[in-house]
Design a protein around this ligand. Structure first.
Ligand SMILES: [Zn+2]
Length: 439
């Protein structure tokens, strides 16, 4: 069905313009132009007007672990490895399919509320099958968020058994899901060998081969903590990026997550190969990982998107927030307020995220997905409106986000989720923890 969306302002082609309208047909932006022009051209079509609001592209969360929203607040203020065993490894074996579905509803529901219209979920609790993956996909579908399953391939035997698979099974199951959802505009499957420390060299290469076969990117955690660099040096005689290069997987399909501990030669190699990064600044701060060298990576041509990471290592879950955090962290680390701009971090959270995930999202242009957010122009956090762009990036508060449209459908209206109401999600989380208490 065709609908014309109008608002006081629309952000398109790097600027806010007034009196604009968007024609949406079948989930895609079919036309964009002035209100008068579109209303005359498409006479008689349903019009949805957002008065006192601005329409801006939805944000792209390039890295998350949805079930970790259930662990939020547990084992806080601890060293990474301690948090990993106290929160992650302790609780995840207790989660059944229903719990995983509930965790995904909590994560994706909160994201939608805060303006995320596409999320890439790096999911690794497979229990030797695909039913748990399907539970996460179902939650995304029920809420109406656009979804990329970065299906993890994990064979390190130090982790809970629920994460682990043989190479053969990991490849077969990821391929099965990719084929099943082929052609579904709301669901995409990417292989995701976990990391150099949790996937064997053969598993990493199998993940890369599968990405070539499916013609998709692949996701991998790289050099988040210093111990990972020491480990790859000790085990393979190389730093992480050089080690991955020795496996033949550093190329334009690679979406590396974190890239905190890099040397110059690794940064230039990533640029040469047109690899990309899913950067999670809040999580890196929360876990005291370190500071990724964003201006250097940009300088070398590495493409950068933003991720919230799991809800228990952030602990907010908004990409608008990550834009601000990215800029602030880089500026204070370099003691240089000019080392990164509002526009750069905004692009990372929107269009660049779409480019890296290879989806037509993150921008309001003809042919792009109709994924957008309305902002309340009377919200104090956006004033003065003369500096609306800067204020959207640096001072916006979540309550300024009013409506969220994904694939042309309204999923949040006037501040409230309408696909799965918030109180239903909270009730499911409460019930889950009541059940866990008795275990
Ligand atoms: Zn992660």
């Amino acid at each position: 069905m065709r609908t014309i969306f109008t608002a006081d302002l629309i952000y398109s082609m790097d600027r806010f313009a007034s009196n604009q309208a968007i024609l949406v047909n079948n989930g895609k932006i079919e036309d964009i132009g002035t209100k008068d022009e579109l209303l005359a051209k498409y006479n008689g079509i349903q019009v949805k007007s957002f008065k006192g609001k601005a329409i801006v592209p939805g944000t792209i969360n390039a890295h998350n672990h949805s079930f970790q929203s259930l662990l939020r607040g547990i084992a806080i203020d601890r060293p990474f490895l301690e948090w990993r065993s106290e929160a992650l490894y302790r609780y995840t074996p207790l989660f059944d399919e229903e719990a995983i579905y509930t965790g995904a509803l909590l994560a994706f529901g909160e994201m939608l509320k805060y303006g995320v219209t596409t999320v890439s979920d790096f999911f690794y609790i497979h229990h030797d099958g695909t039913a748990y993956d399907e539970a996460v996909i179902q939650a995304a579908k029920d809420l109406g968020i656009r979804f990329v399953l970065a299906r993890t391939m994990y064979d390190w035997d130090g982790a809970p058994v629920a994460y682990r698979e043989s190479i053969e099974n990991a490849v077969e199951r990821t391929r099965y899901l990719a084929k099943k959802y082929q052609g579904d505009p709301m669901v995409t499957i990417h292989p995701a060998p976990h990391s150099p420390h949790a996937a064997s060299p053969e598993m990493i290469q199998a993940g890369h081969r599968l990405a070539v076969e499916l013609d998709t990117p692949f996701h991998i955690h790289v050099a988040e903590e210093m111990f990972e660099v020491e480990e790859t040096l000790q085990k393979y005689g190389h730093r992480p990026v050089h080690y991955l290069d020795s496996l033949g997987v550093v190329d334009d399909r690679m979406i590396a997550i974190h890239l905190v501990w890099l040397e110059d030669s690794e940064i230039s190699l990533l640029g040469e190969r047109q690899a990309s990064l899913a950067y999670c600044p809040s999580s890196n701060m929360f876990l005291a990982d370190g500071v990724t060298r964003i201006p250097d990576l940009l300088q070398e041509g590495v493409r950068i998107s933003l991720g919230t990471d799991g809800g228990c290592s952030n602990n907010r879950i908004s990409v608008f927030e990550e834009m601000r955090m990215c800029a602030l962290l880089q500026k204070v680390t370099r003691l240089d307020g000019t080392c990164i701009t509002a526009n750069q971090v905004y692009q990372m959270g929107t269009k660049m995220g779409g480019e890296i995930l290879r989806l037509p999202i993150g921008s309001l242009e003809k042919g792009y997905c109709a994924d957008f957010v309305t902002l309340d122009l009377n919200d104090l956090s956006l004033s003065p409106k003369t500096e609306l762009f800067a204020n959207m990036v640096y001072s916006l508060q979540p309550n300024a986000i009013c409506d969220v449209i994904v694939d042309g459908k309204i999923v949040k209206e006037n501040g409230k989720l309408i696909t799965v109401p918030e109180n239903e999600i909270v009730k499911k989380v409460d019930e889950l923890f009541d059940k866990l208490k008795s275990i």
